[in-house]
Design a protein around this ligand. Structure first.
Ligand SMILES: [Zn+2]
Length: 94
């Protein structure tokens, strides 16, 4: 019998990663991996986790739905995180 690969997943993480790309593309800030991950970490620490159980296939429709629902909250935290990271990058600026 073939079992579905069920996994526990924090959707907030996907939403943050998706929205970061959208938010930083118009901003005059460093867009390296270090800075993007720093921004994601700061935002995710302030946002409530949204754990769901995922199987194969169903993941994306739900991401889309949650994405719209939490978009505003996530955007607020992202802008805040961008502000923090752009003022204190964890690497030398050139
Ligand atoms: Zn950087």
């Amino acid at each position: 019998m073939k079992q579905n690969q069920l996994k526990l997943k924090n959707y907030m993480e996907d939403i943050v990663v998706l929205l970061i790309e959208e938010v930083i593309k118009d901003k005059d800030i460093c867009k390296c991996e270090q800075c993007r991950l720093d921004i994601a970490a700061i935002a995710l620490n302030k946002l409530p986790p949204k754990y769901i159980v995922t199987g194969q296939g169903e993941a994306y429709a739900k991401t889309d739905l949650l994405c719209r629902q939490f978009r505003t909250d996530v955007l607020i935290q992202l802008l805040d995180a961008i502000d923090i990271v752009s003022k204190n990058p964890h690497h030398n600026t050139f």
